[in-house]
Design a protein around this ligand. Structure first.
Ligand SMILES: Nc1nc2c(ncn2[C@@H]2O[C@H](COP(=O)(O)OP(=O)(O)O)[C@@H](O)[C@H]2O)c(=O)[nH]1
Ligand SMILES: [Mg+2]
Ligand SMILES: [Zn+2]
Length: 312
C-alpha cells in the first residue's frame, strides 16, 4: 500500500493512505538513502510503500519514493549528519509586510534564494494591505513588480479583513504548503482565517513541545478541509540550512541565471569581471538594484545568522 507520512516521532510514522486512513508504521532495519547522511531515514511528506504486519493494525514501511525536494537541519551533535525536516513540499509562502514589522528586500531575497536552492516554489504574500497608506501601497506595488518580473507569484492579503483568502485557498488546494515570515507579519492570523481548527491544533503541539525534555522536534502535516496540507515545523526557526557556494549563488537568482551565459567568463561572480551580462542588465535597469545588493550580501556571507520564523 502507498501513503504519505504525515507525522513522525523518530520510531513511529503516521502514514495516510489515499483513502484517508491513517496507519501507524515503523521501519525495519536500516534504510539507506543515497547521498544523504541523515539521522532520520523517513520524514514528513515522504511517499512510502508499506505492508501490514501480521495480526496487527500497524504497518511496516518497505520503500520510500524519490523525493522531489527536502529541507534539512544540521544535527547538533553529529556534525556531518543532517536531520531532514520535511520532504516533497509543493510551495512555500513568505509573508511580507511593508510596515509593522518591516520586511526588508535582503531578507526576502535570501529566503527566495534558499527556496531556489531547495527547489521549492515560493510565493510572496503581502499581508496587512488594509493598513497601508497610499505611499506604502505604492511601495508594495513597486516591490511586487520586481518579484513578478522575475517570475514569483505575489498575492495581496489582509488576514484580519479576510481579503483574498479565497484566492490563497485556490493556490493551496491539493498541495503541500509551508508558511514563513518574520514574527508579527500575521502567520497565525492567516492560518486562522484559512482554517481555524488547525491553529488550535498547532498551539497545542507547540505547548507540548515546550514541556518536553528533548529538543528534537518533528514536523507534522495537517490536512486541509479543501484538499492539501500545511506543514508545521514547531521549534524549527530556520528554513533549513543551505551552505551556499559562492559560484552557485547567482544560480538561485533566476534573472541572473537567465543571463549568465552571456558573461564573458563562465565562472563570473558578477562583481568586478569585465563584460558581465548581469552588471550590464543592472545598468540598464533590467535587474533591480535591491536584488543585486542582496546578491552581493549573500556572496559576502552575510547570511550566517539568517533565520526565518514559521507560523506558530
Ligand atoms: N491590520 C491587520 N493586522 C493584522 C493582519 N494580520 C495580522 N495582523 C495583526 O498582526 C499581529 C501579529 O499577528 P500574528 O498572526 O500573531 O503574527 P505571527 O507572529 O506571524 O504569527 C496581530 O496583532 C494581528 O492581529 C492584517 O491583515 N491586518
Ligand atoms: Mg504566530
Ligand atoms: Zn557576470
Amino acid at each position: 500500500m502507498e501513503g504519505v507520512v504525515t507525522k513522525s516521532t523518530g520510531s513511529w510514522y503516521m502514514v495516510k493512505t489515499k483513502s484517508g486512513k491513517s496507519i501507524d508504521c515503523r521501519i525495519r532495519g536500516k534504510f539507506r538513502m543515497s547521498g544523504i547522511k541523515s539521522t532520520n531515514p523517513v520524514t514528513v511528506g515522504d511517499i512510502v510503500d508499506f505492508d501490514m504486519e501480521q495480526d496487527s493494525e500497524n504497518g511496516i514501511i518497505m520503500n520510500i519514493h524519490n523525493r522531489k525536494n527536502y529541507i534539512i537541519r544540521k544535527s547538533v551533535n553529529l556534525s556531518k549528519q543532517t536531520h531532514i525536516i520535511a520532504a516533497n513540499i509543493d510551495q512555500v509562502f513568505l509573508l511580507v509586510t511593508i510596515e509593522n514589522p518591516p520586511t526588508f528586500t535582503s531578507f526576502i531575497d535570501r529566503f527566495l534564494a534558499t527556496a531556489e536552492a531547495y527547489s521549492i516554489p515560493a510565493v510572496l504574500i503581502f499581508n496587512k494591505i488594509d493598513l497601508y497608506s497610499k505611499e506604502l501601497l505604492a511601495k508594495k506595488q513597486a516591490l511586487e513588480k520586481v518579484y513578478r518580473n522575475i517570475g514569483y507569484e505575489c498575492l495581496d492579503i489582509s488576514a484580519t479583513e479576510k481579503i483574498n483568502i479565497d484566492k490563497l485557498k485556490i493556490i493551496m488546494e491539493d498541495k503541500v504548503s509551508m508558511f514563513s515570515g518574520h514574527s508579527g507579519v500575521g502567520k497565525s492570523t492567516l492560518i486562522n482565517a484559512i482554517y481555524p481548527e488547525l491553529n488550535l491544533k498547532t498551539t497545542e503541539i507547540s505547548t507540548q513541545h515546550k514541556q518536553g525534555q528533548h529538543t528534537t522536534t518533528f514536523a507534522e502535516m495537517f490536512s486541509l478541509p479543501f484538499g492539501g496540507y500545511i506543514i508545521d515545523t514547531p521549534g524549527i526557526k530556520g528554513f533549513g540550512v543551505v551552505d551556499f557556494q559562492k559560484e552557485e549563488i547567482g544560480d538561485f537568482f533566476p534573472e541572473f541565471f537567465a543571463l549568465k551565459q552571456h558573461c564573458k567568463f563562465n565562472n563570473c561572480l558578477h562583481v568586478n569581471e569585465p563584460h558581465c551580462a548581469i552588471k550590464d542588465a543592472l545598468k540598464k535597469g533590467e535587474i533591480a538594484e535591491s536584488r543585486y545588493i542582496s546578491y552581493l550580501q549573500l556572496l559576502e556571507g552575510e547570511h550566517e545568522n539568517y533565520r526565518v520564523d514559521y507560523y506558530q
